[in-house]
Ligand binder design. Structure first.
Ligand SMILES: [Zn+2]
Length: 317
């Protein structure tokens, strides 16, 4: 169960990005995916749901169905009991996820693996990460699942060293992003978006406070202001030489990836430029929505450097 990749005895590293969705984790993961020995899996938590046709998106970042992808077709049978179908296995995994690693379970998982369900899920994930490392010849797996319960679980997996990035984006920009459906992603109103923003960020904070020596707090706005410098910081966090950084100023050449769901931009390949600002919410987010976002997020948003009011500072100034 604890095969080590590439015949190396060093623990497998998992760089785990937490925080609420629409925080820019997909592009950061895809940039890291360009580094030899790194493998961005996308939102691994949804592999079983999506592969079994129970999720919103059955496609891998490579354009094939997950069940037909050369990577995921080999990973999906990991831990599948003999005589069961993939659909039955997927349903069992989804049941254990719901029963043991939801956001509200985060604090309990941080304290230890109590209960049959969470131990079974941990055993499966240990095998799955090691199998991905072997298949992808990876030393560092980048997982942008963002679900804090899964992130907390990582610290209990044998042979795996997790590194945590708590990635936060201005809740007004997040609410604006959620306000319109895109491709396979549904829409959320500003109240729900901000409620999740607060819950996911509080739980993410509990994780990074528990493991401060292997954690980093990052605002999306810092990443787009200085993409190359931010990738350097991420590489140092997981003890990798920043010379491997694939970003040249603001441009990175992206190749095909094997991501399980994420922002629809994950299918984009070729030279990609990271734009320095991303503030369309200022023009598009209605005043009523801004008031809802401010009311539900202000104590935390303020702590992260986002200021509400007449200047609407996004924390950069
Ligand atoms: Zn694929």
């Amino acid at each position: 169960m604890t095969n080590t990749p590439l015949g190396n005895d060093a623990p497998l590293k998992v760089l785990c990005i937490t925080g609420w969705c629409r925080n820019g984790s997909t592009i950061i993961g895809n940039i890291l995916n360009e580094i030899p020995g790194f493998f961005h899996v996308g939102e691994l938590h949804f592999l079983w749901k999506n592969a079994a046709g129970r999720g919103v998106n059955e496609d891998c970042g490579c354009g094939r169905k997950l069940v037909d992808c050369p990577v995921w077709s080999m990973i999906l049978p990991v831990g599948q009991p003999a005589g069961s179908t993939l659909a039955e296995h997927a349903d069992a995994v989804i049941r254990r996820q719901l029963g043991s690693v939801r956001t509200r379970h985060t604090w309990r998982v941080l304290r230890g693996l109590r209960g049959e369900q969470v131990r079974a899920h941990a055993a499966l994930m240990t095998e799955v990460y090691q199998a991905i490392a072997k298949r992808g010849e990876a030393r560092v797996i980048v997982d942008t699942t963002k679900i804090p319960g899964e992130a907390a679980l990582l610290a209990h997996l044998d042979g795996i060293t997790p590194y945590y990035v708590h990635l936060v984006r201005d809740p007004r920009a997040v609410a604006q992003s959620w306000s319109t459906p895109k491709e396979y992603v549904y829409a959320l109103g500003p109240g729900k978006s901000t409620g999740y923003w607060t819950g996911f960020n509080l739980a993410s904070h509990a994780i990074t406070r528990r493991y401060p020596e292997r954690s980093m707090f990052l605002r999306y706005e810092e990443f787009i202001a200085d993409p190359a410098g931010t990738i350097d910081r991420l590489l140092r966090l997981c003890e990798t030489d920043p010379a491997a950084n694939p970003v040249d100023d603001r441009t990175v050449e992206l190749h095909t990836n094997h991501t399980v769901t994420g922002n629809p931009d994950r299918f984009r390949t070729g030279a990609t430029v990271i734009r320095p600002t991303d503030d369309s919410w200022r023009a598009k987010l209605p005043k009523s929505a801004r008031r809802i976002v401010a009311a539900l997020s202000w104590p935390l948003a303020r702590r992260y450097g986002y200021r509400f009011g007449t200047t609407d500072s996004d924390g950069r100034g």
